[in-house]
Write a protein that binds this ligand. Structure first.
Ligand SMILES: Nc1nc2c(ncn2[C@@H]2O[C@H](COP(=O)(O)OP(=O)(O)O)[C@@H](O)[C@H]2O)c(=O)[nH]1
Ligand SMILES: [Mg+2]
Length: 303
């Protein structure tokens, strides 16, 4: 017990670089929602991994961007908070993309923070070796990185060498989290995120940014209104999908309700796996114009 140590690491970067995919890969289970849509992650997501006598607490964060709604202001607040909390920073970049102004601005910010920072060049499955070497050369003078590590979060490329480096950072005495703890997300929050992820994966263009999921009812066996025919181990979940305008509601329902049916079925399947028990899911779509700028809604959504 006496030689137990820990470290807190924030996973940061621009939208879509693969931060949440990396968190899930490091954890070995799906905890954070991921999608091809920028701004999928809206809050700080904690994932805890115990490796031998080292405990590593990862903070996944929303991608850094210029906020245009109160929602996005809060998202950037979560980034700022994680930057404060973390001992070590893991900056994930999409190595298949260009080094742009957003990344240069982030480099300047990190310079001021002055925390040990690893640069993780992600998505190397999409790069030739030559291009990868060029990338390393482009990035290496941005900051005095502790290390530049090429990885493939999606396929698990190079994660073992990364683990070795990160374990070496665990030098604070004790373990802040119990051995059973792997996240601070509740089942309800996870369920809402999984439902939202399904919506993101099935819709396109501006729709996803205007969507939020609220768990309205969560009924366990023995509770009033729990459907009797579900058996003694299930959970009944009713969720409301908020959309920003009526056009989006129509897209989400699809012709003849096909789209929402598809979302419901695949979300229900996913929730069964997550909760490890039978799940019955009901979804409602509701137009809530301007919810992204309403503090009361954001509070209720726990963003
Ligand atoms: N080809 C490839 N795609 C990846 C990799 N890691 C993440 N992605 C994809 O990049 C997109 C954004 O991933 P996500 O984890 O949601 O990014 P985040 O916004 O930084 O959290 C998703 O479509 C992922 O499947 C990788 O190593 N290789
Ligand atoms: Mg994310």
């Amino acid at each position: 017990m006496a030689d137990r140590h820990h470290v807190t690491l924030a996973i940061i970067g621009l939208p879509n670089s693969g931060k949440s995919t990396l968190l899930n890969a490091l954890l070995g289970q799906r905890l954070a929602a991921t999608s091809q849509v920028a701004q999928t992650t809206r809050t700080r997501v904690l994932g805890v991994v115990d490796r031998g006598d080292k405990q590593l607490a990862f903070l996944d964060t929303p991608g850094i961007h210029t906020p245009r709604h109160a929602l996005n202001e809060r998202m950037m607040g979560h980034v700022a908070q994680a930057l404060q909390e973390a001992d070590v920073l893991l900056w994930v970049v999409d190595a298949d993309d260009h080094l742009g102004p957003g990344e240069r601005a982030l480099a300047r910010r990190l310079k001021l923070i002055g925390r040990p920072t690893y640069l993780l060049l992600n998505k190397i499955d999409l790069l030739s070796r030559g291009r990868l070497l060029e990338k390393v050369a482009t990035y290496k003078d941005l900051l005095p990185f502790k290390e530049i590590v090429p990885i493939g979060a999606k396929t698990g490329l190079n994660l073992e060498p990364l683990w070795a480096l990160l374990e070496g950072e665990a030098d604070k005495p004790g373990w802040p989290y119990g051995e059973e703890t792997f996240t601070d997300q509740t089942e309800r929050t996870l369920a809402a995120e999984f439902i939202r992820e399904k919506v993101l994966r099935k819709t396109r263009e501006e729709v996803p940014h205007g969507i939020a999921v609220l768990i309205e009812r969560w009924l366990e066996p023995g509770q009033e209104d729990y459907p009797e025919d579900m058996g003694p181990e299930g959970v009944f979940i009713a969720a409301r999908i908020l959309v920003d305008r009526d056009g989006h509601r129509k897209i989400l329902l699809g012709s003849g309700g096909e789209m929402i049916k598809d979302i419901r079925q695949s979300a229900q399947r996913e929730l069964k796996k997550l909760l490890e028990r039978p799940v019955r899911l009901e979804l409602f779509v509701k137009v809530d114009e301007g919810w992204r700028d309403r503090p009361d809604r954001l509070d209720r959504l726990e963003i």
